[in-house]
Write a protein of this length. Structure first.
Length: 283
């Protein structure tokens, strides 16, 4: 009887120990225990866009360095770490639930080793767009449980726009490379909001696409072009002021002259009494 009882207790201990081991494996695969943070893009492939855009633009033809921090709060191990790209489908191709995406393309993968309760800085040094493509892509960093794949332990997704240097994102007549060279907006056609697109400002009017009033005369460049004044010369407001004064003075003089003339015509000369004029003569 005692032997059976001891055997039963031993079997129970084995079951409890196995459950604890399984629970430990599941804990390592929890998203809360492994994190991917501090994702940053760098290198020659990053477009130096102006501060007025909240998008991340990358040159299609230049390599990009993608860096991140992987934090591990459980026991260490060796994992697969990949950078994948997905292109969101146009709205017309999305399913009823929306948010559909194309299949992921692996841009690069590497094996990383993480110590228990540690963080590691991991970078992909030369990433290029899939198939040399342009457009909007979601870039996902994915950490898997084994060097050759396995379960997803953590992921982090950012959105980028691949563009070509000869393209024109905002259709303002200035190619993307020239936008960067002139420090104008990649995705805003009229950077300074003066009524002239960036392309014509540089190529036709020789005005500053980053200043709404190139010559500082108080008239916006777009207005000067519209009314025919020179947006690069601040003498025009003075000339317009003089012209306005002359119009007022001459108009006033003409009005006064006309008023005096009308007064003279209405008053006329002295009039006679009209009674026959001479004294009756004698006989």
């Amino acid at each position: 009887m005692q032997v059976r009882l001891i055997g039963l207790l031993f079997a129970c201990l084995l079951v409890v120990g196995s459950a604890a081991a399984v629970a430990g494996v599941n804990l390592q695969a929890s998203d809360a225990d492994v994190r991917i943070t501090d994702v940053e893009y760098g290198g020659p492939g990053v477009v130096n866009a102006t501060a007025d855009t909240n998008k991340t633009y990358l040159w299609q033809s230049e390599p990009v360095r993608l860096s991140s921090t992987v934090g591990n709060n459980v026991s260490g191990g060796v994992y697969q770490y990949c950078a994948n790209a997905r292109q969101p489908l146009p709205s017309s191709e999305e399913g009823a639930g929306g948010g559909q995406q194309s299949n992921a393309t692996a841009l690069d993968c590497q094996v990383v080793s993480l110590k228990p309760n540690s963080t590691a800085n991991v970078s992909f040094d030369r990433l290029s767009p899939p198939n040399n493509a342009t457009g909007k892509y979601d870039i996902s960093l994915v950490l898997r449980s084994r060097p050759n794949g396995g379960d997803v332990l953590a992921n982090n997704t950012t959105t980028v726009w691949y563009i070509s240097k000869s393209g024109d994102v905002d259709n303002d007549g200035l190619v993307n490379a020239d936008e960067v060279a002139n420090n104008t907006s990649i995705d805003m056609a009229d950077t300074d909001r003066d009524g002239l697109n960036d392309g014509p400002e540089i190529q036709s009017h020789n005005t500053d696409p980053r200043s709404a009033d190139t010559d500082g005369d108080g008239l916006r460049d777009g207005l000067e072009v519209t009314i025919g004044t020179n947006p690069n010369s601040n003498i025009w407001p003075i000339l317009l002021g003089i012209a306005a004064v002359l119009v007022v003075v001459l108009g006033g003089a003409a009005y006064r002259y006309g008023a005096f003339s009308s007064l003279g015509r209405s008053s006329g000369g002295p009039t006679g009494t009209g009674g026959g004029g001479g004294r009756p003569g004698g006989g």
